[in-house]
Design a protein around this ligand. Sequence first.
Ligand SMILES: Cc1cc2nc3c(=O)[nH]c(=O)nc-3n(C[C@H](O)[C@H](O)[C@H](O)COP(=O)(O)O)c2cc1C
Length: 352
Amino acid sequence: MERVYSTLKPLLFRLPPEMAHRLAHAGLRGFQRTPLLDPVGDRFAVTDDRLETTAFGLSFPNPVGVAAGFDKNAHLPPALAALGFGFVEVGGVTAEPQAGNPRPRMFRLPEDEAIVNRMGLNNDGATVVGDRLARLDVDVPVGVNIAKSEDVPPGEAPADYRRSYEQVTGADLFVVNISCPNSQGFAALQSYDSMAAIVSELVDAGASPLLVKLSPDLPERAVTDAVSLVSEFDLDGVVATNTTTERPRTLESPHRAEAGGLSGRPIEPRATEMVRYVSRRVDVPVVGVGGVATAEDAYRKLRAGARLVQLYTGLVYRGPSIARDINRDLLELLEADGFDSLEAAVGVDAEA
Ligand SMILES: Cc1cc2nc3c(=O)[nH]c(=O)nc-3n(C[C@H](O)[C@H](O)[C@H](O)COP(=O)(O)O)c2cc1C
């Protein structure tokens, strides 16, 4: 698989990113239907008690998950689990199918190991995704990311999120996405009253375990507000972070000027700081996401307080063996620091 990807990568990278993404998807869907799924799963699984963890009442074979946006329509959890990921977050889904923004809407920044996207939440809609989730047979937790429909005004957002949730109840966990920079009205969703109304509606509808996903662009006040929601509504976790509309000065690629959310290596420090900030202030598990491409990146987030990590951009640049590589190298990092489990390392740098 690694060799196949290193041969294919230069070809894929010559195609427009969205076309390359669709081809990679088609390849994974094809692979999922072959008898290769189990043998590949055996090769890619890093099975080790030290990597196992529990959070939100669920068991995870390892802490490395796929972030929202990679498998928006829930086609791929079996293939992603076979590649060694410990969990998968599908979506973001909206109540009705959406086409998203006009193309091009996804840009590679290879010099920066980053992506800028303004997909605009293209997805098959909660009913279709919910049906796929209900039929899934996969032995890692599968979460679903729920977002606001494009044409729904912020005042009607709570009912809209509820409608989506009611179609996707087959997932193992639910992430309320109030942090996508590519959809209109998202800034308004991040006020305290608005977040509280959405969360309260989902709690009332029975969404559990329920996690909230935060933007790295939130001012400190809004982060404090989001953190207080966790205790007020007994939320089960926090996902930190989504993409950023900021552009660090270090970016080299010409595509840095494209509008949209930046992900990958350049957001790693900011996302890790947010994990540290949030994990010090909540007593529920934090999922760290943003710029994870190596075991060192994952370990930094875990030590900063994340119980689990997720990635998207790293998969594009490092290829399908990324989860296996991170898990294998994480074991070495744990050993070098004398930790007998991953859980022992979680949060050791939270005060740093
Ligand atoms: C093309 C693309 C689409 C994304 N779509 C979503 C989405 O629908 N919902 C969401 O919460 N996050 C979405 N994200 C954000 C990722 O889940 C993740 O938070 C972010 O990319 C940072 O992680 P990374 O640096 O590992 O990519 C998307 C990211 C990318 C690159």
